[in-house]
Design a binder for this molecule. Sequence first.
Ligand code: COI
Length: 357
Amino acid sequence: MTSAKITIERTQTPKSKPKDSSSLGFGNYYTDHMFIMDYDSGQGWHNPRITPYAPLSLDPAAMCLHYGQEVFEGMKAYRAPDGGAVLFRPDKNMARLNVSNRRLCIPEIDEEFAIEAIKQLVSIDKDWIPKGEGTSLYIRPFIIAVDPHIGVHPADHLLFIIILSPVGAYYPEGINPVRIYVERNFVRAVRGGMGYVKTAGNYAASLKAQDEADKQGYTQVLWLDGVERKYIEEVGTMNVFFKISGEIVTPALQGSILGGITRMSCIDLLRSWGYTVNERTLSLAEVEQAAENGNLEEAFGTGTAAVISPIGELKVEDKHLIINDNRIGEVAQRLYDTLTGIQNCRIPDPFGWVVRI
Ligand code: COI
């Protein structure tokens, strides 16, 4: 663990920033600086520094390139109306990063120090936080194993890096309903595997099905459990919620899906508004039945990148379940307005979620 001072080297060649915040897309631009810190066994995490954003030099045998010993986080900095910058529940992201670290045999980071590193980096690049509606500065902390060693074992040398990207909506649909393809052949994760942590392999496992969904005109894939292939899990870039006969249901965290920070915040908001929210097993059959009976009132996804994303259609083999007439549901809209209102400091933050930089 380090409490070392972060050294700062500013860029001499600042890049020009995207002019039109309405066409940022997601993950297309990176700011002028990045944070980097080394780990060596025996020495621990050391040499924290902010440097100009630049390519890394890695040995071709670096272990992360071969065995995927990597973890990451996704969080955002938002612009407040007074021009200041804020983070949303950064303690939860850093706690989750350590959950991922433990699963991947990566040495834990000092969570408070990591938040301080994020604050300093965002402060240096604060002019990159976009101003337009629905925009923010996406923060991507990640850790990679860099020992040049083609034997399979936990690494002794790692890098903790943080990069920043000004972003708009993750899905081209924005807050409009997305079409989701229910995957029946491939699975994303099983209990005991890595599905509950943020690591590259989970996303690599999703590409094949995502590609098929794309070809068929669907935005994302809804994953079923890896054993019985009956129960709803998550979308991969977001957790999912369904409103069935007034009850709001989201799959319980049982080891194969990610515990989203947006997911937990939505559960808190919904309960504070008096909704019944149950984290439980939910079968695809129950959702199909509810759709047939007219009881499937809403479906939406939640995630840092995706924010709140209403689901307008679920494709289950050759069936197309149209949800809420493919319109934005009342619950999804209220969650979106409240969450983004709190994140952008436009409305009060009764939960104390927002952290000023
Ligand atoms: C996030 O929501 O931050 C994610 O990590 C999802 C994604 C962009 C891979």
